[in-house]
Design a protein. Structure first.
Length: 93
């Protein structure tokens, strides 16, 4: 009787493990697509000057502004904003 229980427990454990791992793979795929938007910059999220995601209203406005800037002659364009001095940033703790 003891041997019979072990023979059933091993395949059951393998099926349970395979089901658990395959379920995690689909969750991570769906969550990784948009989760970067919610992670703070200090924790590895998107930087503050990152362009908006495609498919949003902000993206369409961003692309229109970019196209408008492209059509303006180079000597008449607005100067690009400078990046902040790294020494002025707060340290990561």
């Amino acid at each position: 009787m003891r041997l019979r229980l072990r023979q059933l427990a091993i395949p059951f454990a393998c099926v349970l493990l395979a089901g658990t791992l395959s379920g995690c793979g689909t969750i991570n795929e769906k969550m990784s697509a948009g989760m970067g938007d919610y992670v703070p910059q200090w924790a590895g999220g998107l930087p503050a000057d990152a362009p908006p995601r495609p498919g949003t209203a902000k993206y369409d406005a961003y692309m229109q502004e970019r196209e408008r800037q492209r059509l303006i002659p180079a000597d008449q364009r607005d100067p690009k904003p400078t990046k902040p001095d790294p020494s002025s940033l707060d340290p990561v703790r």
